[in-house]
Design a protein around this ligand. Structure first.
Ligand code: NAD
Length: 468
């Protein structure tokens, strides 16, 4: 499939803008139909999605099913079951004197949305915000990431088959298309990706005073305290580096632990990795680089970026370290003895490399986190709720999980989003609907109320002042 011609983008924008103004997308029945269609789009094409991700990332179908298709289907079901309730006008709790004015809050569609997706989870990170736009009654232009071209092409081919093509249009392409899109005016922009591009998006949206959701990244630490269950910790942390080859915005970017815990943790992580690396059925090789269950790095740019971080480290590689230049694969690599100024601590790794920083105590770990940008996720491994709370109360992060990783993305009811440099705004469940809705205040003031309201009109006499 070819990229969208940039000259065609204004017309696509005009189409979805006109459709929104026509009122077509407002009725709840229409929205319900489109939500169901989105569900069918996913359900009917599971194999095609798995194949596309295998092409884009060398990702095994198991991971596409568990980390993308199952979560997006759960989101679609949740929204389908509840959006009519969320969309119901809410009577405002008001003062007695205003009851007669029937103050009400209407959840209204914001209008036309622009949704720009990224490549590491290119289905769910694009279709979940689209689900929000549909359920809220918005129209949308959606741009999948060019770095995962097979998935982008699949989505572009499926969207017009399942959804109303006058309301939802897919734009294929890279920076020229994104730049053209961002010049136009929207009522909400939803962006997932890097902080650098996030700034470009926010600046472009500011030209039109358009509200923005920025789902960005950052360095998310895993704090491992001495009382942690070392085997469980090791499995969970290594899992977050193995899945999608660690190309996850909420992966454990680095470990903070004590000198006493470090050797036990490394030994346990080695064991966990050996178990995870077992050759899949039908495959002979025991090398992770040849293992079809282990994804590759998305492209040569990211491969070179991570390799450079690894080449520059002053730490000691204790596990992994091998790379395959032809396949863009990097083993799960654990590096110990890493200091705060190491190359591995200079930016988000977004790959299967795991530095370990050792610090003497919980207070120095808290300071280490406080001295850096607010992470998207903070993981704390301890059996002590008191110690967990101590860290919780002294740090900031998009999400916080004790004794596990990644689950904040999957647990229904939790908001997903960052703060500080990790972005702003959030979504999932009701919040996805709210993101694309405007709470419109409504009141209908009876004319008979002028007998009371007359007090507000000039002239402002001393008698009126006394009556206030
Ligand atoms: P990226 O930011 O380069 O690309 C993402 C999207 O931005 C693509 O659709 C791309 O076309 C568009 N884009 C690129 N350059 C642009 C420009 N100049 N103007 C307008 N749009 C442009 O992708 P990346 O840097 O490889 O993504 C990795 C980052 O994304 C990591 O920091 C990761 O943590 C973050 N991320 C965050 C989440 C989240 O939900 N918070 C999820 C996945 C990834």
């Amino acid at each position: 499939m070819t990229d969208t011609n940039v000259d065609d983008i204004p017309q696509a924008h005009e189409t979805v803008y006109r459709t929104f103004l026509s009122g077509k997308t407002r009725p709840l029945a229409w929205r319900r139909n489109q939500i169901k269609q989105l569900g069918f789009l996913v359900q009917d094409n599971e194999d095609a999605f798995c194949k596309a991700l295998e092409q884009d990332l060398g990702r095994p179908a198991f991971e596409t099913i568990t980390a993308e298709l199952t979560p997006i289907k759960a989101e679609i079901n949740d929204v389908c079951d509840h959006f009519e309730k969320w969309a119901k006008p809410q009577k405002a709790k008001t003062a007695f004197s205003w009851v007669a004015a029937k103050p009400t809050v209407y959840s209204e569609p914001k209008g036309v949305a622009l949704i720009i997706g990224t490549w590491n989870y290119p289905i769910t990170l694009l279709l979940t915000p689209l689900l929000g736009a549909i359920s809220a009654g918005c129209t949308a232009l959606v741009k999948p990431a060019e770095q995962s071209p097979a998935t982008a092409a699949l989505i572009a081919s499926l969207l017009p088959k399942y959804l109303d093509p006058s309301a939802f249009i897919c734009i294929l392409g890279a920076v020229p298309q994104a730049t053209t899109l961002l010049k136009l005016r929207y009522d909400h922009v939803f962006y997932t990706g890097s902080g650098g591009v996030g700034r470009i998006v926010a600046k472009a949206a500011a030209e039109h005073l358009t509200p923005v959701t920025l789902e960005l990244g950052g360095k998310s630490p895993a704090v491992v305290l001495d009382d942690a269950n070392v085997d469980v910790v090791a499995r969970r942390i290594i899992w977050a580096k193995f899945v999608n080859a660690g190309q996850i915005c909420i992966s454990t970017d680095y470990i903070l632990t004590t000198p006493a815990m470090e050797p036990k943790l490394i030994a346990a992580m080695k064991r966990a990795l050996a178990t995870f690396s077992a050759a899949p059925p039908g495959e002979a090789s025991t090398s992770l680089l040849q293992n079809s269950a282990f994804s590759r790095i998305v492209n040569v740019n990211h491969y070179k970026r991570i390799s450079k971080l690894l080449d520059g480290t002053k730490g000691d590689i204790v596990v992994g370290g091998k790379r395959d230049d032809k396949e863009n694969k990097i083993e799960v690599t654990i590096v110990r003895n890493v200091k705060g100024d190491d190359t591995l601590m200079s930016e988000e790794i977004f790959g299967p490399v795991l530095p370990i920083v050792t610090l003497p105590d919980i207070d120095s770990m808290v300071r280490f986190i406080q001295d850096r940008e607010t992470p998207l996720a903070l993981y704390v491994f301890t059996q002590s709720d008191k110690k967990r709370q101590y860290i919780f109360e002294r740090t900031r992060s998009g999400g916080f999980v004790q004794n596990d990783v990644l689950v904040q993305f999957l647990i229904p009811g939790l908001p997903f989003g960052g703060t500080g440099q990790a972005g702003y705004g959030n979504y999932h469940g009701r919040r996805t609907f709210d993101t694309f809705s405007h709470e419109r205040a409504f009141a209908s003031v009876p004319t008979w109320m002028d007998s009371i309201l007359a007090l507000r009109y000039p002239p402002y006499t001393p008698k009126k002042l006394k009556m206030l």
